[in-house]
Design a protein around this ligand. Structure first.
Ligand code: NAP
Length: 498
């Protein structure tokens, strides 16, 4: 269940909750920002509706006080249905995971559908969070598409408030994780010339305060505001602050001109953030992203966190294993990696099963199963899993560096290294879907079944649907490894269960 925010987080927000306005819809409710905004709105007494795509939401992951409506923003009819009776709609939809070449059109079409549906439904307000960037310069496509989405809403007959933010600092955000890994892993960093561009980061906590503050402040209706913390920093300063805080020494050396694609490729090898996202983020880093105006500071005054404070909070959240939402939480359901095992037209053409019988209880076995991956590793043959991950990274796959959102809890759609949780059933089943580069589709299933007389059977099954000749060859190359990797894995899971 989603944890409720502590009151203290919003104690200095000067606006008052207005729970009587009616339904507040959050589009992009499963995202990094949306996932944190929902409980904050609930806590302030609002009637909240979460708009999610089919298959995106883990059952039980939202508070029972949140109404859920299933709609894809690319389907105009579904959006129209979702907006029935809505007073205010937050628009937090974004599709960076598709990569640069696809997300622009998708993002703009989604915004057009949303705007039209909001107008037809008589929605009273739209609140949109977009990206910061100097509107006088030509922006990289990532920021440009954010601006075009903003234009859709500001031209709408529905009064709109637009907030524009640069890097958002918080545990689990893609930019934080990229910087964090680069600082932790590289004592020497070859830097591009845009290391000197300036940026005005803002803490996720302050973004949420502004998102709620504008809802509760009528003077913000129909206006655009730049939101940022008080520190304006170059990326060099951002890296230096981060390494100083972690007590690491990092030498930054200016490199000769190298295309941005090269840096994003290297970042995707060294950090958990895949190339499609790191490319979008780095593209935005080539331009100053600094607030052009600060009107919001007077309208909604509170003490904003300094960059260093935001960083300390993010690091401590990770250390306390209390990350609420993470950039890797979801893949778009229509992404090729989102095909579920039960959605295959026929059974996968290869499978390999290994099992053992144990006197340990299903609960004990399951507690052990759900700890696999992440910092804990794969219990056995870790080096082989890591080699497979490194190989995947070289092929621009996700590799194993994504780790886990939480080391102790697991929910549907969570990432475990290069897997994603497809199904999780307490004490009986964990089905993982492969997101590494493969000539086919693969799943790994852990199942616990009663085996009679106080005994339980723990089974691991690898399913594989090959693609083409290379796909079949791949299966036969790896088959001999399965024999001992999987058998040893379940033996180790059983040994560690208590
Ligand atoms: N995070 C940052 O650092 C940052 C910085 C500045 C500005 N912003 C802005 O803040 C907003 C939210 O960003 P975020 O980081 O929360 O994004 P995010 O984590 O990538 O989440 C995007 C959300 O959009 C949903 N979505 C994508 N395509 C959809 C579609 N066709 N129909 C319905 N829902 C769809 C996703 O749902 P699924 O679960 O179904 O995929 C997900 O809930 C964006 O406008 C972004 O530009 C973010």
């Amino acid at each position: 269940m989603m944890s409720k925010f502590e009151d203290i987080e919003y104690a200095d927000l000067p606006t008052q909750p207005q729970p009587d306005i009616g339904t507040v819809l959050v589009a992009g409710a499963t995202g990094y920002i949306g996932g944190r905004l929902l409980p904050a709105l609930v806590m302030r007494g609002y009637r909240v509706r979460a708009m999610v795509r089919a298959g995106s939401l883990s059952p039980g992951s939202l508070s029972s006080e949140v109404e859920v409506v299933v709609a894809d923003a690319l389907d105009a009819e579904q959006v129209y249905e979702a907006l029935e009776g809505v007073h205010t709609a937050y628009y937090l939809i974004h599709s960076m995971l598709y990569g640069l070449d696809k997300f622009e059109n998708v993002d703009i079409q989604a915004a057009i559908n949303f705007r039209r549906a909001a107008e037809a439904r008589g929605v009273k307000r739209i609140i949109y969070l977009g990206g910061l960037g100097d509107i006088r310069t030509s922006l990289p496509s990532h920021l440009c598409s954010r601006r075009q989405v903003g234009n859709q809403f500001s031209e709408s007959s529905v009064p709109t408030t637009i907030l524009r933010a640069a890097i958002i600092i918080g545990s689990g955000s893609a930019s934080y994780e990229m910087i964090n890994h680069l600082v932790r892993r590289l004592p020497i960093l070859l830097t591009p010339k845009w290391i000197k561009t300036r940026c005005q980061p803002i803490a996720i906590r302050d973004v949420l305060k502004y998102l709620i503050g504008v809802l509760e402040h009528p003077e913000t209706i129909g206006r655009t505001f730049d939101i940022g913390g008080d520190d304006v920093l170059t990326y060099r300063e951002i890296l230096a602050t981060h390494s100083a805080l972690l007590g690491r020494k990092q030498l930054l050396i200016r490199s000769p001109a190298v295309p941005i694609g090269f840096y994003s490729y290297i970042a995707s090898l060294l950090t958990p953030v895949p190339a499609s996202i790191s490319r979008c983020l780095m593209d935005s880093m080539t331009h100053d992203v600094v607030c052009q105006e600060r009107d919001i500071v007077k309208l909604i005054p509170f003490r904003r966190l300094a960059y260093k404070e935001a960083l300390v909070l993010a690091i401590s959240r990770v250390e306390q294993d209390a990350v609420r939402t993470r950039w890797s939480d979801n893949y778009p359901p229509d992404h090729e990696l989102a095909i579920k095992l039960h959605e295959l037209e026929s059974d996968p053409n290869y499978r390999s099963s290994h099992s053992l019988v144990s006197r340990k209880s299903p609960a004990a076995l399951f507690r052990s199963v759900i700890k696999i991956g992440g910092r804990e590793g794969w219990f056995h043959s870790n080096a082989l899993w890591r080699i497979r991950g490194a190989f995947d990274r070289m092929l621009l796959g996700v590799g194993t560096a994504r780790g886990r959102r939480s080391e102790s809890t697991l929910r549907r759609n969570d990432v475990i290294d290069f897997w994603r949780v497809e199904t999780i059933e307490e004490n009986s089943l964990l089905l993982l879907r492969a997101e590494m580069r493969l000539p086919g589709l693969a799943w790994l299933e852990f199942r616990i079944d009663p085996a009679g007389e106080g005994e339980n059977r723990l089974t691991v099954t690898a399913y594989y649907q090959s693609r083409g000749l290379w796909g079949r060859i791949y299966w036969y190359i790896f088959m001999p490894f399965h024999q001992f990797i999987f058998q040893d894995l379940i033996m180790e899971i059983e040994k560690r269960s208590c």
